[in-house]
Design a binder for this molecule. Structure first.
Ligand SMILES: Nc1ncnc2c1ncn2[C@@H]1O[C@H](COP(=O)(O)OP(=O)(O)OP(=O)(O)O)[C@@H](O)[C@H]1O
Ligand SMILES: [Mg+2]
Length: 244
């Protein structure tokens, strides 16, 4: 469904993303992981049209969408969430979700009904008529997912929607993501919480310093010495093995 080839981006002298290839099969949950600054969010930004790649291509549903604007990509069915949630604090939770719904309809009544339905499904029911500024961290993450879902995506890119949540909130979001996938939405997610990655993703890609260093199941990459080194530093894999 999504085919990314040779995706690259530099900021000044910093090569943030280097020749990244990714495949997301329709109906799958695929994870993109890696240490801080690895280039995960930058990759999402290029895939979803927020940053123009220096090189490489993004194919979505067989169509080359490289260089398309974010709204055109969203209209084609691919939408991302933002790692730094920025709800419109002056709007209610419902009105924030409705911003997404307006991608598909100009009718305010239809958009409101859809925003309420999706908000309720995401556990935001009691908050719908409150200001978005009143949301907790977990609530803001849910709002971010709700706004994205309101655009009726077929491919949803989730950027660390579990960061800052407690374990029970993480379990709730894991269940929610499985539910969204069961509803026919393909998912690519960036996540640091490995327990959630293992519970969700059929396939995991690991980025470090802009380059893909490993791919496989969560079990396979957790046992990969390159991955251990990327997270824990040079020599870590050998040190862990000698203490095993
Ligand atoms: N607009 C920008 N201008 C300059 N440098 C940037 C810009 N955006 C990202 N970078 C740099 O590119 C690198 C990759 O950043 P990116 O946000 O993609 O990492 P990440 O893998 O999402 O990290 P994290 O896990 O901390 O969210 C970092 O070194 C970052 O400082
Ligand atoms: Mg990031």
């Amino acid at each position: 469904m999504l085919e990314v080839r040779n995706l690259s981006k530099s900021f000044g002298g910093l090569a943030a993303v280097k020749s990244v290839d990714l495949d997301v099969p329709r109906g799958s949950i695929t994870a993109l992981i890696g240490p801080n600054g690895a280039g995960k969010t930058t990759s999402f930004a290029m895939i979803a049209g927020f940053i123009r790649p220096d090189a490489g291509s993004v194919r979505f549903n067989g169509q080359d969408v490289t260089g398309w604007r974010p709204d055109r990509i969203a209209a084609a069915g691919m939408v991302r969430t933002f790692q730094i949630t920025q709800p419109f604090a002056g709007l209610s939770v419902m009105e924030n979700i409705r911003v997404g719904a307006f991608l598909r309809t100009a009718d305010p009544h239809a958009a409101t009904a859809k925003a309420r339905e999706i908000g309720s499904r995401l556990g935001l029911g009691p908050m719908l008529d409150r200001t978005a500024a009143a949301l907790t961290v977990a609530g803001r993450k849910r709002l971010e997912v709700a706004r994205a879902l309101a655009t009726d995506p077929t491919l949803l890119l989730l950027d660390e929607v579990m960061a800052g949540l407690n374990p029970s909130e993480v379990n709730d979001i894991v269940a929610l993501i499985l539910d969204v996938r069961a509803g026919g939405v393909t998912i690519l997610l960036i996540e640091h919480i490995m327990q959630a990655v293992a519970a969700l993703a059929e396939r995991v890609y690991v980025l470090a310093e802009g380059a893909l260093i490993a791919t496989g199941t969560a079990q396979q990459i957790a046992a990969d010495s390159r991955v251990i080194e990327a997270y824990l530093g040079h020599g870590a894999a050998a040190r862990m093995a000698s203490h095993a």
